[in-house]
Write a protein that binds this ligand. Sequence first.
Ligand code: AP5
Length: 207
Amino acid sequence: MNVIFLGPPGAGKGTHAQKISQEFSIPQISTGDILRQAIKDGTEVGLKAKEYMDAGKLVPDSVVIAIAEQRLKADDCKKGYILDGFPRTVAQAEALDKIADIDFVVDIDVDDEVIVKRLSGRRVCPDCQTVYHVDFEGYSPICAKCGGNVIQRKDDNEDTIRERLSVYAQQTAPLIDYYKKAGKLIVVDGAKPVSEVFADVKKAFEA
Ligand code: AP5
């Protein structure tokens, strides 16, 4: 099963992609995680991507499309995959159409003000990418999964979050229509509690 998770920053794409990946044993492919790793490793791609990411802008299509093309060739994608954060522009979606057969697209729909609150409180383990929120019961700055020290992402400050939301509205939201026309769009209400959103997302996989 080849699936795309669409939705604004902070909608819960990573949270649910991680759970689906574990439950259905297919990889979660997050272009954001790949780019952050490239920055950490100091690669040429990382150096190019950093200024865009820190400013809440999209990394140029040519860079991200090359990353996705390369990643989708890996053996672990043969059984299927979840694309988390790719495509994000019509040009990326068109490039993806040439190399992949997408079964369906899950659009996780959440209002902007909910997102600002969510992302300001998000914490991430830099070692295993597990996502937390400071308001979740039992939250601890030590990752429950691998023992790493969780951090706040550099782009999770209010000004950059609002810039990311504006970029989403202009450049990524047109993909909702793109996939609706292709008959592949499933919309879930991402404002509900995590367990309820996950149950709705899972229904799409089990249908
Ligand atoms: P990326 O890493 O993809 O970030 P994003 O799309 O902005 O999405 P997020 O990771 O912020 O949010 P999410 O939807 O995964 O939410 P999460 O599950 O963490 O991209 C970062 C940057 O990389 C981009 O700005 C761009 O520069 C670049 N980039 C990446 N891909 C690119 C591409 N294709 N083209 C060009 N540039 C690209 O949840 C958020 C928080 O909410 C967490 O704390 C979570 O615990 C909590 N939460 C989740 N669901 C719920 C719920 N139902 N109720 C309460 N809390 C919840």
